[in-house]
Design a protein around this ligand. Structure first.
Ligand code: 4NP
Length: 158
């Protein structure tokens, strides 16, 4: 069995990537998949902060607690520590490609690349909007996380 480890990445690591991390953790645990899971931001804007309260509330609404998570910034070692690095949007993806060291082993993709009818699409940034945006983020990260978990399950059982 391949050792799988997945890092979800957005800009601030307080909205989208902690929600993707939480959704993916729940889905893979329910599937019985053993995967190391983390999230990080490309920026240092919120390093050490807990998730945005609107992200905490939407996750709690669906039965998942994320208030213990703390934001961190992506670092060069992540590209060799994780088998998969999953960007939430195309700006994060391009930043990760720039940060990626030459000897990087991680596979880089966008979350919605794993959803057949959403290839190339970004998870919209909900930070400057209202609570409805966070509902949409939760739905989208769950769709992506479910698709990614299914793909990795195939590779784990192949
Ligand atoms: P995230 O959302 O990248 O999904 O965590 C944002 C969080 C903070 C900022 C922008 C987006 N900000 O500009 O501080």
């Amino acid at each position: 069995m391949t050792e799988l480890s997945v890092l979800f990445v957005c800009l601030g690591n307080i909205c989208r990537s902690p929600l993707a991390e939480a959704a993916f953790r729940k889905i893979t645990a329910d599937n019985g998949q053993s995967i190391h899971i983390d999230s990080a931001g490309t920026s240092d804007y919120h390093v050490g902060d807990e998730p945005d309260f609107r992200a905490i509330l939407v996750a709690r609404k669906y039965g998942i607690e994320i208030s213990h998570l703390r934001a961190r910034q992506v670092e060069a070692q992540d590209f060799n520590r994780f088998s998969h690095i999953i960007a939430m949007d195309d700006a994060n993806f391009r930043n990760l490609e720039t940060l990626k060291p030459e000897n990087a082993t991680a596979q880089l993709s966008m979350l919605l690349d794993h959803v057949p009818d959403k290839i190339g699409q970004s998870v919209a940034d909900p930070y400057h909007g209202g609570p409805a945006g966070f509902e949409a983020t939760w739905a989208e990260v769950n769709e992506g996380a479910r698709a990614l978990a299914g793909l990795l399950l195939e590779s784990q059982t192949a």
